[in-house]
Write a protein that binds this ligand. Structure first.
Ligand SMILES: [Fe+2]
Length: 128
């Protein structure tokens, strides 16, 4: 969830840069967001999602969220995204919605389902 706060912060900064017509800042921030999202989504998939999957929990939701991860990673890496303001704003909204679903639905569910040992393992895990 800390990563979601970071993603939310960069998303907000992109929105402000667009609102304030500071367009020269948008490509760098968009690249930053794409890199954070790649790292974060792969961490979720290899960690939290894998833990739930192994226990047969929330399997359909995980398949759906992983599809969304792939689509968001592809869209964030698309050439010219930073210059397509309408598409970028739409993508930022999709990203915010995705994080909201995980924060409000999946993570609370996982907190109930996974034993403490899993959370310790997840907290120290990193993705190569
Ligand atoms: Fe996610």
């Amino acid at each position: 969830m800390a990563d979601h706060a970071l993603i939310g912060d960069v998303t907000y900064r992109i929105g402000r840069a667009l609102d304030d017509q500071r367009l020269s800042e948008v490509p760098g921030l968009t690249s930053e967001l794409a890199a954070i999202f790649v790292r974060h989504s792969r961490w979720e998939e290899a960690g939290l999602f894998a833990q739930l999957w192994q226990r047969g929990e929330a399997v359909e939701e995980i398949v759906r969220l992983e599809d969304e991860h792939r689509r968001l990673r592809r869209s964030l890496a698309a050439e010219g995204l930073a210059n397509d303001v309408e598409r970028l704003r739409q993508l930022l909204a999709e990203l915010a919605h995705h994080a909201q679903v995980e924060d409000n639905d999946l993570f609370p569910f996982a907190m109930q389902q996974l034993p403490d040992a899993c959370w310790t393992e997840l907290a120290t895990a990193s993705v190569a």
